[in-house]
Write a new protein. Structure first.
Lengths: 296, 392
């Protein structure tokens, strides 16, 4: 009996060790490019260039980290020192924040309507909305461009921001599924308490939808922050570009072997907000993904 | 404080399903009325129509002499307690209680206090008043110590109290309860029942209460409304409904264990005495049924109803002068001082409720004689309606 239990404990420990080994290996593989970026961004130009061509092997940590690479890279983004980077940063922040807010507000509102308000044709509309997810984004590029040109919005941030206030099919679907699980009597109680539908949405539905909102906000943030196509199509002048586009022009300008350390430094800076956001919200995020549409 | 008046109120789903069929009901100010019936009888729908959560398909509802058919729930001066409590999970108890009291604030009024000091003082006074009302309600219900807790940390009974408290703080003219106790265990249910009675007595407000539990209905109601298939079967005080059920359904639904229904026929002899025939047994009916309309109707398909506590065990060999039936015991269910005996009489089941003391040595399988206290019997026509005797 004792021996048996001993074997079992050992088996379990071995199994745990194996699991961790696999996880560590996976994490290492995923972190490798990041580590490479970090090391290259801190190298001297010569060593960085040589690393690219395979001339030298990279060490785990640069022998003399060149922290000055970072200010140098950011200063040289765009034509005016610092200005290009700061402009792009500001634009990225404005676009991302507004799009996140717009997507959360509009998607939850529409999801609430689809989940809780019975109206003629609601099923048909819902299916129609879902069907827009089947449409590849590339198909709508030209009609949308023409639309925004007619509105006179080209070379402004509006084409990037405004559409988000009209909902996103996937998040509407997520909100609808989640809201459908909230007991009807909560809404009825609020109705008796004197709240209108908008009041109920704001005071009850939105707070209860936190897990969905976390997913929606994080996905949208990462997507918009890294979005390259949208800004490239609609923003033409230098001072209206976002970080993703600015980084690309930077690459065109400094893509050579001698400047790869600067490119890596600029790229890393661009990535920082996403990494921070994910670190801060990953608990909510994973929870929300795991819970899916189960009520809170 | 208000009366509630329902006139020919109907609810039709689709084109054919009559969930509520022409209900007339007039509830006096301060009355405690219980709607009771099996599930799907339309009692909840009726309540929800009073609350304004369902539209009417026909008829009118007035609260305090004002027709409220098109008035939204918040303007009806009602408060509702839901079966699943419907506490807002993201708010603590205090916020749950004050949720309906907070003034709706527009975007402008939210910031007005910054420059308008009169408004600021006024808002402050309002907030103090809300706090005072919440505290008073919490005190009444004994939940002061729970005010800062979220609902998920409360037990079922505590949640129930908070739900009642949420209605209480609004000081409504009419309280509506939709099966508020059915999620509680039996002990708590009894306790909350008593508290609701006490609350009603101290508030003196109109209360409409829905339940499927006839015992709960009997114990709470000033007046009961028994419903089935959307139709009101009988309205009356618990005693009236128990003693003079209007039809077979009401007789069978009210009372535990249910009334014994003996389907048989009646014959009259030459001197006018009536005899009831059931299942190879026959017993004379007492004099009060003579002259009742028994002779005018189909005498071959009548039902005699007798409550289990009017079916008494008697020693098997004792000579009987009152009608009795003989059978054998199937099971005995003991509830402390009372016991229910299920017996088979010529293959038909009857239930008798007696004092446990009177059981003696009777065991399952024994032969048994049960005496009918025939003066307490009820008679029903083939269509289920009760026959009223001239005297009674």
């Amino acid at each position: 009996m004792g021996a048996y239990r001993g074997t079992e404990v050992m088996n379990r420990t071995l199994w745990k060790l194996l699991q961790y080994a696999i996880l560590f290996a996976g994490a290492a593989i995923l972190l490798l490019p990041l580590w490479w970026m970090l090391v290259v961004s801190l190298e001297t130009p010569e060593r960085a260039g040589a690393a690219i061509t395979g001339g030298t092997d990279l060490s785990l940590w640069p022998p003399s980290p060149q922290w000055g690479n970072y200010p140098q890279a950011l200063r040289e983004m765009g034509s005016v020192p610092w200005q290009g980077f700061l402009n792009a940063l500001a634009n990225s922040i404005v676009v991302t924040v507004l799009v996140v807010v717009g997507t959360v507000l509009s998607s939850s509102l529409v999801g609430f309507a689809f989940a809780r308000i019975r109206f003629r044709g609601s099923r048909g509309l819902f299916l129609l909305m879902l069907s827009t997810m089947m449409l590849p984004g590339q198909v709508t590029i030209i009609p949308l461009f023409l639309l925004f040109r007619n509105l006179g919005w080209i070379d402004s941030l509006l084409p990037l921001i405004v559409p988000s206030f009209f909902g996103n099919a996937f998040f509407i679907f997520m909100y609808r599924q989640f809201i459908a699980q909230i007991p009807e009597s909560l809404l009825e109680a609020a109705k008796v308490d004197g709240y209108t539908l908008i009041g109920i949405w704001w005071r009850i539905i939105l707070p209860l939808c936190r897990p969905v909102t976390a997913i929606c906000a994080v996905f949208t943030f990462i997507y918009v922050w890294n979005d390259f196509m949208g800004p490239l199509i609609y923003l033409h002048s230098d001072e209206e570009s976002t970080l993703a586009v600015a980084l690309n022009s930077f690459r065109n300008q400094y893509g050579g072997l001698e400047d790869v350390h600067l490119l890596m430094a600029a790229s890393l800076v661009t990535m920082v907000p996403c990494i921070l956001l994910f670190a801060a919200s990953q608990r909510h995020f994973i929870e929300g993904l795991a819970r899916g549409a189960v009520k809170g | 404080m208000a009366t509630v008046e329902l006139k020919a109120v109907s609810k039709i789903y689709g084109t054919t399903i009559r969930a509520v069929d022409s209900v007339d009901l007039s509830i006096a100010d301060g009355e405690f009325v219980v709607l009771v019936g099996p599930s799907g009888c339309g009692k909840s729908t009726t309540l929800r129509m009073i609350a304004g959560l369902e539209d009417l398909s026909g008829g009118t509802i007035s609260i305090g002499n004002r027709i409220v058919n098109d008035v939204p729930p918040k303007d009806r001066n009602i408060a509702m307690v839901f079966q699943n409590y419907a506490l807002y999970p993201h708010l603590n108890v205090r916020q749950n209680l004050s949720f309906g009291l907070e003034r709706r604030r527009t975007f402008k009024s939210r910031w007005r206090g910054i420059w308008d000091s009169t408004y600021r003082t006024q808002r402050h006074a309002e907030r103090l008043a809300i706090t005072a009302r919440v505290d008073a309600a919490a005190h009444t219900l004994g939940i002061e110590h729970l005010l800062n807790r979220p609902p998920r940390e409360l037990s079922g009974g505590q949640r129930q109290r908070v739900a009642v408290g949420r209605a209480l703080v609004r000081d409504p003219a009419v309280f509506l309860f939709d099966e508020p106790l059915s999620n509680l265990d039996a002990l708590l249910r009894g306790e909350m029942r008593t508290e609701l009675r006490i609350l009603h007595r101290s508030l003196q407000s109109t209360m409409v209460y829905v339940t499927h539990d006839q015992e709960e209905a009997m114990s709470l109601a000033d007046r009961m409304v028994v419903m089935k298939d959307g139709i009101v079967q009988q309205i009356g005080s618990p005693a009236e409904i128990y003693e003079r059920p209007a039809n077979r359904f009401v007789a069978g639904f009210i009372g535990t264990p249910p009334m014994n229904m003996l389907a048989g026929s009646v014959t009259a002899d030459s001197v006018g005495g009536l005899t009831f025939h059931w299942n190879q047994c026959e017993f004379p009916l007492c004099k009060r049924w003579v002259g009742a309309e028994l002779s005018a109707i189909d005498q071959n398909s009548l039902t005699l109803g007798i409550r289990p506590d009017r079916l008494m065990i008697v020693p098997i060999d004792e000579k009987q002068d009152s009608p009795s039936v003989t059978g054998h015991v199937v099971t005995i269910e003991r509830y402390g001082p009372l016991a229910d005996i299920v017996a088979l009489v010529n293959g038909k089941r009857v239930i008798s409720r007696t004092a446990t003391d009177a059981l003696g040595a009777i065991r399952e399988g024994d032969a048994i004689t049960l005496r009918l206290e025939i003066q307490y019997a009820h008679m029903f026509r083939a269509d289920g309606s009760a026959i009223t005797s001239p005297r009674n």
